[in-house]
Design a protein around this ligand. Structure first.
Ligand code: KG4
Ligand code: ZN
Length: 364
């Protein structure tokens, strides 16, 4: 079976083809992504109107590239999967209407896909992929949430951020210290430089290193994003503390030390997420953790979660770095399981900006 995936929820226009064989699972045949970052960098964030226009300009060429690279003719496709929600409505509508036109022209079924489920499904493209049930931790520019994945298409939200997403906080702090949008990856790299220098910084403070660093006097004292009660985060509190620190340095006529700041900020994010993940695994009883979303590319976060899972004897399955950011391979992967479950739509299909949770926390 061949599934075409289409993604246009934010600032990446993407198309991909995966194949599925009973007993063998999924295989990625092609993945084409057209990024709009250059167009948005100028404004320090995604401009919805520009995103919608750029998707409309790029989607046809991106689809052609994906089909060509997979050596597939449109007729050979069994179903078209498309991200319908959540995301920027004008951006989503481009992908949804393009997918509907493709499905109508070639008489193919159309499969609506939730972007969050899709991020998780990128894990089915690794060798020896995990099978549900497992805990899915999605950390991106729009989400930082825990789900119990009961079956390939059944996701139940069990916790997450009460305000900003982790990626949003990375981007905001990065922007204030002069990094281009999106700043997550650059913050990660700066943090490694800061980590290297932290040893000497700690010595200057007359304190130790390593595990005890949480208790140290740090360059930039930051609150943990992990809230006291429940599986909840506040990245807005963490972000505000970092911004206040930067402002107070500047008011004193000093530029903040970007490397040490990035080290402290990244440590707070990775440490806070790891501690709540341990709770989520404990509460759910699941023995596998899947990590996905743009921020899942963060090497500090991957290392911290690998250590947590190791300590708890849990299998850790991070999505490959190249599939962490938005792409259509993940949409095709989730679309395949939605198709197998009979979740198809007709041409009245529409896009939605919101998450669409059922009252019980089940993700639609
Ligand atoms: O999943 P994604 O591509 O788009 C959304 O669905 O939001 O995630 C984008 C986010 C941005 O905030 C970006 O700064 C962040 O992922 N990101 C990172 C890293 N690479 C991308 N954040 C931290 N460390 C990274 N290495
Ligand atoms: Zn995403």
């Amino acid at each position: 079976m061949l599934i075409l995936g289409i993604e246009s929820s934010c600032d990446d226009t993407a198309a991909a083809v995966v194949s599925f064989e009973e007993g063998k699972g999924l295989r990625l045949l092609s993945s084409a992504v057209s990024s709009q970052i250059e167009q948005h960098t100028l404004y320090g964030g995604v401009v919805p109107e520009i995103a919608g226009r750029a998707h409309a300009e790029n989607i046809s060429g991106t689809l052609t590239a994906a089909l060509k690279s997979a050596e597939i003719e449109p007729d050979m496709i069994d179903a078209v999967a498309v991200t319908t929600h959540p995301g920027l409505i004008g951006a989503l509508l481009v992908g949804v209407n393009f997918a509907k036109s493709f499905a109508y022209s070639y008489s193919k079924p159309i499969v609506p896909v939730n972007h969050i489920k899709a991020h998780t499904a990128a894990v089915y493209l690794i060798p020896d992929p995990p099978k549900p049930p497992f805990i899915s931790l999605v950390v991106s520019g729009g989400h930082t949430s825990f789900y119990v994945v009961k079956d390939y298409t059944v996701f139940s939200e069990i916790g997450g951020t009460r305000d900003d997403a982790a990626g949003e906080a990375f981007d905001k702090v990065g922007r204030v210290i002069g990094l281009p949008y999106p700043s997550g990856a650059a913050m990660d790299a700066l943090a490694f430089e800061g980590d290297k220098r932290y040893a000497s910084f700690s010595e200057l403070q007359g304190k130790g290193r390593g595990k005890k660093r949480t208790a140290l006097k740090r360059y930039c004292p930051l609150p943990s994003p992990a809230m006291k009660d429940g599986l909840a985060f506040s990245f807005s509190g963490l972000k505000s503390a970092a911004l206040n620190f930067i402002n107070s340095k500047r008011q004193a006529g000093e530029e903040p030390d970007r490397e040490l700041l990035a080290s402290d900020f990244t440590f707070a994010v990775a440490d806070g997420i790891s501690s709540k993940t341990a709770e989520a695994l404990d509460i759910s009883g699941c023995r596998t953790l899947v990590l996905s979303g743009g921020v899942a590319a963060n090497r500090h976060l991957r290392t911290a979660l690998a250590k947590t899972c190791d300590r708890l004897g849990v299998r850790f399955c991070p999505v490959p770095t190249e599939l962490c950011g938005d792409n259509a391979a993940m949409v095709a992967a989730q679309g395949c399981y939605e198709f197998l479950a009979g979740n198809t739509a007709d041409t009245s299909l529409n896009a939605s900006a919101s998450d669409m949770l059922k009252q019980s926390g089940i993700l639609l």
